[in-house]
Design a protein around this ligand. Sequence first.
Ligand code: SAM
Length: 219
Amino acid sequence: MWFVPQTPTFVNSVNVGVYGINQFDTLKSYFDMLDYHKDYAYLNEIGSFIPSSLQHINTALEHIINVGMIDPTKLFLDAGCGDGRIVALTGGVHGIPSIGIEYDPLIFQQAKQHLKQWSNSHIKIVCGDFEKDATYHKIGVHFEEIATIFNYINNVTTIATKIARQSPIGTCFLLYDSRAIAQSFSELRLIENITLSDESGVGYLHVYKKQENSHILRV
Ligand SMILES: C[S@@+](CC[C@H](N)C(=O)[O-])C[C@H]1O[C@@H](n2cnc3c(N)ncnc32)[C@H](O)[C@@H]1O
């Protein structure tokens, strides 16, 4: 079933600030509290909603920004943004221009609510399918202009194939996974496999870059 994408949500309400001291801790406490009071993981029509560990993703993000693996001035996508916590982190704490796409309208509503509190002008979210170009157009974005794409184990092959087909060389794909062994994707080269471990458990961020297609002969 196709859900008609809703009016794009440009969240521009609360000034969380960027690069602020303790912004991350405050954000994490907010989502920790939600997770404590609610069983947040569930299956839906298109996949499964399980929130990422904000601690893991923040640690990985700081590392990949510091080593220059991603450009924080360029557009970031959370493909399947769930309740909006990753775009709140990238846009609200790190100041990266960020978009989130969520298929499930109920989870999307939750993301809207959370981002009213945690967002700033760096973030746009939309309800729709991340496979379809039309979803991006609703928020005035072309898929090809997105420099960094994040996914947490939902329709991974779909988004990896879209990157392989449409994204420019050098586009970064970040796959958060509970499995240590990284999958292989056509035209995406694994450049780093980051192990993330804390009291919440162990996770892995597999970092890929779109590479030149060696099968295409250029004349
Ligand atoms: C594992 S959750 C991760 C949520 C969030 N990215 C995070 O890391 O906390 C994956 C989300 O992707 C959504 N999803 C799966 N396939 C999708 C698609 N084709 N288009 C948009 N959203 C999708 C699911 O509804 C689910 O909410």
